[in-house]
Design a protein around this ligand. Structure first.
Ligand SMILES: [Zn+2]
Length: 129
């Protein structure tokens, strides 16, 4: 399961995350969409509810961790400006930062996860079924 996500994300990197990457795992009939943005939008992440899945992609250690939302507050916590998210693989902490301004053709802000140097190092991809 984990390696499949890695392949998908590598493919997403390869196309510069310009389009939506989708795949249908054999026998499952589930389509997984990796968003076209490096970081999910605040709106998308906030929509995560208990039982939903999301991929936490860490560029620092090149890992993809698929997580299940434990409670309805998790989505909020994942896009809380100034909060932190930590990577299960490299144990590093990243700071949640909002970017972009709502309005002007877009209603949602992008959420980025930056390291101590302010460099975006992680992103959350809500997995839609
Ligand atoms: Zn990591």
């Amino acid at each position: 399961m984990k390696s499949m996500f890695k392949v998908l994300v590598v493919a997403a990197f390869a196309v510069g995350l310009a389009g939506t990457v989708s795949a249908e795992p054999p026998g499952k009939g589930t389509t997984i969409y990796l968003g076209s943005h490096k970081a999910g939008t605040q709106e998308e992440i906030q929509k995560l509810k208990k039982g939903d899945h999301y991929a936490l992609v860490c560029m620092e250690c090149e890992s993809v961790t698929v997580k299940e939302v434990a409670d309805d507050k998790e989505g909020e916590a994942l896009c809380h400006d100034g909060g932190t998210v930590h990577c299960d693989s490299c144990k590093k902490k990243f700071t949640i930062k909002h970017s972009g301004t709502p309005g002007k053709g877009t209603t949602s802000r992008k959420v980025t996860y930056v390291n101590a140097d302010g460099k975006p190092c992680m992103f959350v991809v809500p997995i839609k079924k």
